[in-house]
Write a protein that binds this ligand. Sequence first.
Ligand SMILES: [Ca+2]
Ligand SMILES: [Ca+2]
Length: 271
Amino acid sequence: MKKSGAGVGRLAKQHRLQASAERLSKESRFNHEECKVLLYIFDKITAFGDLDRLRMREILHTTFQITDDVMLDLVYKAFDRDNDGVVSDAEWVRGLSTMIRGDIDQLTEHCYFVYDMNGDGSLAREELTHCLKGCILAGYGLDQEEVEDCERDIVEICMKKLDMDRDGQITFPDFQNAVMEDPLMLQAIGPCLPGANAIASFLSLITDKFRRYTETYGRRWVRKKKQSMASARRSLRNIQAAVSVMNANAKNEQMSLATVAIMKSRMSVKY
Ligand SMILES: [Ca+2]
Ligand SMILES: [Ca+2]
């Protein structure tokens, strides 16, 4: 019996999806089945038009709870790696693979790529200033001038913590070392990764092994650092130390309250 045109079209589409899923499962941290679901979701998203900057921002905002305006554009840039103005199916799967299942090296590369706004392979003070702009919310009784003062302080603290060789530029090895010392430094310049809840709810859609996300910040990190679990936990508590550094720089009690609130919201990596 001769197949109808629509039926042949559907079959060809299914074959294409199978082949893409097979290819992408080899270059991402998703298995074949998961890639198929991700490509199916991609098909649904792009049924009404390309996945461009605005649509990707929407997905990052609503599904992955990345809400910082500056970060949204920069994370989009990390997805659209060939910079052609749209996220392709392969870019979609690879980007999600890094954000959701990335190991410490991939996450470090992702965050550095996001913060390196001009793509010159180095983070300058101006880039930190731009990324950290708006990190302080009004409502702590601070006037605009104090807010700007506080933002400048935070930029300086980040430079101090990340620019290991003090040459005014944060190179990738600087950043890598700082992150290995303290995983909380990963998002010190801006929240550019989804939180654990967002990851869990997205993974529950595409796989039945969604609890695997806990490995990323847990055992793998420890193995990489060859630390015992106890000392790793201690280093995770470094947030307390970071907060006291910031407080030491705070000029008054109100500002110190503000910095604690910012540290809590910015350093929201879950363990
Ligand atoms: Ca692209
Ligand atoms: Ca740069």
